[in-house]
Design a protein around this ligand. Structure first.
Ligand SMILES: NC(=O)C1=CN([C@@H]2O[C@H](COP(=O)(O)OP(=O)(O)OC[C@H]3O[C@@H](n4cnc5c(N)ncnc54)[C@H](O)[C@@H]3O)[C@@H](O)[C@H]2O)C=CC1
Ligand SMILES: O=C(O)C(=O)COP(=O)(O)O
Length: 627
């Protein structure tokens, strides 16, 4: 069986000889790949000597470890455990429980308040970075990591402080912790709503200044008032649930929210226009994106009911803050309660923060003990899982593939990478690949096959040997696009067993020349096909020749005229040179006609041996393929 682990779908191995790494390894083998048994133990899969992938990221990581090992051993201070674990940088305060999870797996460096320069300096020595909202994970950070950074964990929801495009380009997975602080943020929203309506903060400050101003701080009631929730996601829904308990009438605007979820909570989904023109209170709960940036501006404030009150526990950037000051000054907006700001912390002389009708908190929405412990554990487990090669359920820049799908596809993932690797070696040097077509034959319905993993692995197989980057599920499509290669897919429903997700996978490369002309179809495409047999990837077709060889070790393909003695002849050349043959298969178009002999070899034959094979008169062409 092939020795590549399905875990390399996401990342190549990270060194970790920590005995504790088995904690997460066990989790991975039961929940991530329940029925797929890698041929190497999970612990072994972290061993650098087994790394099958020549990729810059792992090289960088290992170079560092090796360099450390060398210097430590020469100075006699070698601490093997420390050196072989991955390193995780935590750049903002994270709950203790999460730190413990991380420490059981990795070397953890908690360095808070780093300047951007300090972060860039540290980043090339870490495999994962955990942040909250205060760290800007910019393109420069990914560049400075030189490929070592494999995971960014956001201990919270909003990922607007992470350059996702750059993360994807660098093949770095971004995960967040999207659920553990939902209630905290909703409770803070309700706290701001109530305290704003009753002037709690202002009257508190007034009393502390020795005053007793009962008439000045008459508030407004909430009962019977209309609250518009902008962004009816997790936090928005929880705010709605709580505000209903306060007797408010709730409407919501969210272009993507399912109507039945709103109905179930007794909330009416309305247009943006209707929400902002009819509400007495507007509470913001959408993410900061290019579409939502400054969506509350002079124009939209102008449409609101005079005396509207605004609560923002989402992101400061969804409001044009200067426009809000103008709307407060003119009385269109009676009050605002803000937990978040365009720039955090805002300048001390910020007119908005200083405004008498504004209540502010320093981004405290997620800051409860309970939420912080929750997000810390959620993100720590996601990061450890990702470093273990698991696909995270909270991946932000990679497809989430359900565990059952992954388990079923695991052997096909190995097949897909090998087919990609094989196909690219059939392309003659100098022929630029422009288009790759993948054809999946399956007995299942077209919609019942998630091919993203397989496509990513084919791309990895094709490009990794000819590029300096490592390729994974995060950056596979991006890499192909970047290299100007169009990847198309076709699914053909065939009459075979629906028990298996895929019958055969074909990789076709068009408009190139081949080193092995027999691998080409009449239409000029290089075409190879494979299937999984008994859990093992097999090559089943080269060009229009059927073969049947397991794809492992290395392969010699020879085109010859079918005649007696060929297998013995080539076998004895290899035998004389001490090259062990693991299997042979002959595919022919007819008796004594053209045939292809596929020979699996355990060692790479030297040039002389290959020349001797090529000199056999009946052999018309041959190619050596390294798998
Ligand atoms: N202040 C704090 O400490 C915290 C702030 N947050 C912020 O709260 C916001 C919401 O978080 P969650 O509810 O967990 O996220 P979510 O993803 O569950 O909900 C966001 C909702 O906004 C909707 N949306 C997207 N574009 C929209 C648009 N143009 N107009 C209206 N709705 C739109 C989405 O469809 C989604 O339903 C995020 O910005 C998050 O960063 C979350 C937790 C704590
Ligand atoms: O989860 C979010 O989106 C938040 O805004 C919480 O931010 P924090 O982790 O408290 O810096």
């Amino acid at each position: 069986m092939a020795t590549i682990s399905a875990k390399s779908i996401l990342f190549p191995k990270i060194s970790s000889s920590s005995s504790n790494s088995n904690v997460s390894s066990n989790r991975s083998s039961s929940s991530f790949l329940p029925s797929f048994k890698p041929t190497i133990s999970l612990k072994a899969s972290y061993s650098k000597s087994r790394s099958p992938l020549p990729c810059s990221a792992i090289k960088n990581g290992l170079d560092t470890v090796e360099a450390k090992e060398k210097s430590a051993s020469s100075s006699g201070t070698k601490d093997a455990t420390k050196e072989t674990k991955p390193t995780i940088l935590v750049s903002e305060k994270l709950g203790e429980a999460g730190i413990k999870v991380l420490e059981s797996f990795a070397n953890v460096d908690c360095s808070y308040n780093l300047t951007p320069e300090e972060l860039c300096k540290k980043i090339s020595n870490v495999d994962a970075l955990i942040v909250r909202s205060g760290t800007k994970v910019s393109r420069q950070v990914f560049e400075a990591s030189k490929g070592r950074l494999k995971v960014v964990g956001r201990a919270g929801v909003g990922i607007d402080n992470v350059d996702l495009q750059a993360a994807t380009e660098f093949g770095c997975l971004v995960v967040n912790a999207p659920t553990a602080n939902t209630v905290a943020a909703a409770e803070h929203g309700i706290a701001l709503l109530s305290s704003m309506a009753r002037n709690v903060a202002q009257s508190d400050a007034s009393m502390k200044a020795g005053k007793w101003e009962r008439n000045k701080y008459v508030g407004v009631s909430l009962v019977g008032k209309t609250l518009a929730i902008m962004g009816f996601g997790k936090v928005g829904s929880e705010v709605a649930r709580r505000a209903k308990g306060l007797g408010m009438h709730i409407i919501a605007h969210d272009p993507y929210a399912p109507a039945d979820r709103a109905r179930a909570l007794g909330v009416e989904l309305v247009s943006f226009e209707k929400a902002i023109t009819t509400a007495d209170f507007i509470s913001l709960h959408m993410p900061l994106t290019p579409t939502t940036s400054k969506v509350f501006n002079d124009e939209t404030f102008g449409k609101m009911k005079k005396g509207v009150r605004i609560i923002n526990v989402a992101r400061g950037g969804v409001i044009d803050e200067d426009a809000l000051v103008r709307a407060l000054d003119s009385g269109v907006v009676a009050q605002a309660a803000l937990d978040v700001f365009t720039v955090e912390p805002p300048p001390q002389d910020s007119k908005l923060v200083q405004h008498a009708n504004v209540t502010v908190t320093p981004h405290l929405g997620a800051s409860t003990k309970e939420a912080q412990e929750g997000v810390a554990i959620e993100i720590a487990e996601a990061v450890v899982g990702a470093l273990n090669g698991e696909l995270s359920a909270t991946a932000v820049n990679a497809p989430m593939v359900p565990a059952e799908v992954l388990s079923e596809l695991a052997p096909y993932v190995v097949l897909a990478e090998k087919l990609g690797k094989l196909a690219v070696q059939l392309v003659a040097g100098g022929s630029g690949i422009k288009s790759v077509k993948v054809v999946y034959k399956s007995a299942r319905d077209r919609d019942d096959l998630d091919t993203r993993l397989l496509r990513a692995m084919i791309i990895k197989g094709i490009f990794e040997p000819i590029s300096s980057n490592f390729i994974n599920l995060v950056n596979a499509d991006y890499t192909a696009k970047e290299k100007g290669v169009r990847i198309s897919e076709e699914r053909i429903v065939v009459d075979s067993s629906p028990e298996f997700p895929v019958d055969t996978v074909q990789v076709r490369i068009a408009n190139v020349e081949s080193k092995f002309a027999s691998a080409m179809l009449d239409n000029g495409e290089i075409c190879i096909e494979g299937k999984v047999k008994g859990g093992v990837p097999h090559l089943t077709c080269v060009g229009s020749f059927s073969v049947d060889v397991s794809i492992e070790g290395s392969l010699i393909l020879c085109k010859q005229v079918d005649q007696p003695g060929m297998i013995g002849r080539v076998g004895s050349i290899l035998g004389q040179r001490n090259v062990n043959v693991s299997f042979m298969s002959v595919g022919r178009i007819g008796v004594r006609k053209q045939a292809i002999m596929a020979i699996g070899v355990d060692e790479e034959p030297d040039k002389d041996t290959l020349k001797q094979i090529g000199d056999v008169p009946a052999i018309e062409e041959f190619v050596f393929l390294d798998l």
